[in-house]
Design a protein around this ligand. Structure first.
Ligand code: MG
Length: 159
């Protein structure tokens, strides 16, 4: 078994639609970023890369690379899962926490879980997504940004 941790934070844009955990969350602006800004997926990617000993998301998908501009982060996650599997690992489970003052995410967590599980190639029961506020403290608490943290557990594929 190998464990990895991931963290990401993105500022909200003035418009657009929030993409988080691979789904669209209506009535919230998009997150700023080179890709679609899906910080939850980015945290999970870093957790997977960390567990596999494969560096971080910036090494695999350098910001500024025109081929990943505006890309759906599910595509990045799928590529990382493929890499992890090619290194002889299988995803055991992923747990994540989103920290955001807005929007209220409770009604969307199940859809995020299903979407993430599809990319990860695991049953939904192997993925958990939680949401909390920052108690109105700092940039997260003022609604300026959204952060996500994740842990991933990989198991070695039995040859
Ligand atoms: Mg990011």
């Amino acid at each position: 078994m190998r464990i990895g941790i991931g963290y990401d934070i993105h500022r909200f844009r003035a418009g657009g639609t929030l993409r988080l955990g691979g789904i669209e969350v209506p009535d919230a602006p998009q997150l700023d970023g080179h890709s679609d800004g899906d910080g939850l997926i980015h945290a999970i990617i870093d957790a997977l890369l960390g567990a596999a000993g494969e560096g971080d998301i910036g090494q695999h998908f350098p910001p500024g690379d025109p081929s990943t501009a505006g890309i759906d982060s599910r595509e990045l996650l799928t590529r990382v899962v493929r890499l992890v599997v090619s290194r002889g690992y299988r995803v055991h489970n992923v747990d994540a926490t989103v920290v955001a003052e807005r929007p209220r995410l409770g009604a969307h967590l199940a859809a995020m879980r299903d979407s993430l599980a599809r990319c990860l190639g695991v049953p939904a029961s192997s993925v958990n997504v939680k949401a909390t506020t920052n108690e109105r403290l700092d940039a997260l608490g003022s609604g300026e940004a959204l952060a996500a943290m994740a842990v991933a557990l990989l198991e070695e594929e039995v040859p």
